[in-house]
Design a protein around this ligand. Structure first.
Ligand SMILES: Nc1ncnc2c1ncn2[C@@H]1O[C@H](COP(=O)(O)OP(=O)(O)OP(=O)(O)O)[C@@H](O)[C@H]1O
Ligand SMILES: [Mg+2]
Length: 353
């Protein structure tokens, strides 16, 4: 929806429910390097249902993340949530002039996009000739209500950044998978399907990849927020205290049995359920590997449980595996928060398009 102008490195900026996540990557030959990274937690109600409720707080967090990361770039790629975006592949005649293409696209959008055109931001990408039909081309249309985009762009600007690229979260995740995760799965052939979960705070997405493409993506309302809420309730903690305690420990002894165990159990059950929804839609595709991403996947105990309950080998989705890092990037940050950085990495990769 925006075009890149300058040649500053592109920052991947994920404005998520719990935090602002920022990453800058560089590329040398066939390896990536983490040049800068920061995660700045957001106040509890700054973002609700993926909508920015407190632009000032989000802007302040972005400014702090930029400063803490040490990056010198001011250019960012951001994403709008899949839940507020519409995308569709349409087929158009090949050989149209640019103006004809734009006119056709607006007509298609008018048909396929459920909002009035004057209220949306519309973007398109020519994917190439339609497979099996050289007379037509496939074009990907993407649209969102302008307010979804404008509130994010405004927050980035408040944080001192200029937005150069706007993506859609599931596409950013796909990008991270294809470019960073898939190449590491050396025993997975294109015929084998891989399921990637992004288990966030309020939303868990399941994307399935097969033959080098994303064939399914769906968001479900479930995440680590439920775990945090339970800690708050049981131990009379504030949201910030509970979030910290979950990661750093220091909770009463009853925690493991009464809070952690049930949450791990519930998460395993939920992931299994989400996978069943996928199988119902694609009964002939078999998932041969499960990858767990999102902040909740920092709990590595989940791998074994999910593997046990699904019968599918399960590993952590770490986008930084095999990457080197600039000296200013602490290895602790990279290791602890890797799984939460998938979307930010997918966005940063857009700088190499
Ligand atoms: N080490 C950890 N142990 C347990 N839970 C963790 C750990 N690190 C992060 N989490 C939990 O992961 C969740 C945040 O994950 P993530 O950063 O992927 O969410 P988000 O992207 O902000 O949310 P959403 O995708 O729903 O907008 C929080 O509930 C947080 O408490
Ligand atoms: Mg997220």
């Amino acid at each position: 929806m925006f075009r890149r102008s300058q040649k500053q490195p592109l920052l991947g900026l994920d404005i998520s429910s719990t935090a602002v996540k920022l990453v800058e990557l560089s590329r040398t030959r066939d390896a990536y390097r983490v040049e800068a990274m920061a995660i700045e937690p957001l106040p509890e109600r700054a973002i609700q249902d993926k909508a920015i409720m407190d632009p000032e707080a989000v802007g302040t967090a972005i400014r702090k993340a930029v400063k803490d990361s040490g990056t010198r770039s001011k250019c960012a790629a951001i994403a709008v949530p899949g839940s507020v975006a519409v995308s569709k592949v349409v087929t158009l005649p090949a050989g149209l002039s640019e103006m004809e293409l734009e006119t056709q696209i607006r007509m298609e959008a008018d048909q396929h996009i459920p909002f009035p055109l004057e209220e949306i931001n519309l973007d398109f990408q020519v994917l190439g000739p339609t497979p099996g039909n050289p007379g037509t081309i496939d074009v990907l249309l993407a649209a969102t209500r302008s307010e979804n985009l404008e509130s994010r762009v405004a927050a980035a600007e408040l944080g001192g950044l200029q937005v150069e690229i706007v993506d859609i979260e599931p596409f950013a995740l796909e990008n991270a998978y294809l470019e960073l995760l898939a190449p590491r799965l050396t025993d997975i052939t294109p015929e084998m399907a891989v399921a990637l979960f992004d288990i966030g705070s309020t939303v868990t997405s399941l994307s399935v990849f097969h033959q080098g493409k994303m064939i399914y993506t769906r968001e479900h309302p479930f995440g680590g927020r439920q775990h945090t809420d339970e800690i708050m309730r049981r131990y009379q903690m504030t949201h910030a205290e509970a979030s910290r305690a979950k990661r750093q420990g220091g909770l009463p002894e009853s925690y493991v049995e009464e809070v952690l165990e049930p949450f791990l159990e519930l998460t395993t059950q939920q992931l299994n359920r989400f996978l069943q929804f996928f199988y119902a839609a694609h009964p002939n595709v078999h998932v041969m590997r499960i990858l767990l991403g999102g902040g909740v996947a920092a709990m590595q105990e989940l791998n074994e449980r999910v593997a046990h309950s699904t019968g599918v080998e399960t590993t952590t989705a770490n986008p930084f595996i095999g990457m080197s890092r600039a000296p200013r990037v602490a290895s602790r940050v990279i290791n602890e928060d890797a799984t939460a950085m998938l979307i930010a990495c997918g966005l940063a990769l857009r700088g190499f398009d």
